[in-house]
Design a protein around this ligand. Sequence first.
Ligand SMILES: *Cc1c(COP(=O)(O)O)cnc(C)c1O
Length: 439
Amino acid sequence: MQPYIRIEKRNNMEKQYRQETKCIQSGWTPKNGEPRIMPIIQSTTFKYESTEEMGRLFDLEEDGYFYSRVQNPTSDMVAAKIADLEGGVAAVLTSSGQAANFYAVLNICEAGDHIVSAASIYGGTYNLFGVTLKKLGIECTFVDADADEETIAAAFRPNTKVMFAETIANPALVVLDIEKFARIAHAHQVPLIVDNTFATPINCRPFEWGADIVVHSTTKYMDGHAMQIGGAIVDSGNFDWDACGSKFHGLTEPDESYHGIVYTKKFGKAAYITKATVQLMRDLGAVPSPMNCFLLNVGLETLALRMERHCYNAGRIAEYLNSHEKVSHVNYAGLPTDKYYALAQKYMPKGTCGVISFELTGGREAAVRFMDSLKLAAIVTHVADARTGVLHPASHTHRQMNDQQLKEAGVSPGLIRLSVGIENVDDLLEDLAQALEQA
Ligand SMILES: *Cc1c(COP(=O)(O)O)cnc(C)c1O
């Protein structure tokens, strides 16, 4: 029997199915007599009959598996599904969303380089770019994503290699004008990397608007059950690295660690993902376990269904909060009164996500009383779970800041972040109503 492990991380579905079908069917197409369910290949290593055969794998002369730090079939099957959902050519899975962001940048940046990022991004990524990358010699300029094109373009330097933003920023819920960012990036011969964690490819496909690379924390909606920490990098295959002279020399010039192969020459549209896999994974090794990849796939199977319900529930709850006398302000791009409603209608007409933030008129004390009175919604640092969760940034993620510092960070003492789950919305509304009474 031909081993069923000769899988590529490339999106190799023959027919273009709709998103709901891809969630179920992409990535693993069993042949006669093979398991119906995507198998977990819980093996570090793969056996060969001849020294010569395995040697060719090490030289990247042939496709195949030899060690799971570099490639594992279960991981690759799930990567292929995510690549298909995003409409990319290939993807690679990482052990966390943070690792995905780190590798996505490090794959084309080195000491002496510079990146431009939207300022309203996930706190972990903000630290990664502002503090840790700086220690490695890569500088980041943060820009206001809502600023006009000239203002943002002024942040670019001759050594800028990457532009970065989130489709829906966590936790600020800023919706990105993807076309604007892509225009600015491409005018400077730089790829646009978009973190599509909150919108998911069900609600937004950044490649269709000009993004070149998409990253995910698969920990969130893709998993959806708070079971595993994981990440993904997806390549559109559209960025022309060779057209930029020696700017992306890691991709367009010989790699000494592989006898001088040139990624763009040998792997074409899959050059970027191949380099991330055979160089960064080989050397840094933030691989997900096959078991976690399997769990992620179970989550992906229902992603389309769940996103629909997350958005429906969040929309109903945002409307309710918006009209409540104890709530002074609601941030949710699905609300027609929201600052980002028009952008959300353009880029994600089916819905945005299940995360809402809102402000209580009673400030910090009211927020604490409200949170402690909730019965269904649990206090957790997680978001994008099937279960409703709630967090009070002033008491949790931003606890070290005083009220003045909170104001500067755009987090007011009464702000609450609510990640709406897929329970029956009436039960959630009743829970919120009784907790608001206590606030
Ligand atoms: C959670 C999150 C991350 C980090 O992902 P981990 O899987 O927790 O490492 C990065 N970006 C966004 C937008 C996130 O929500």
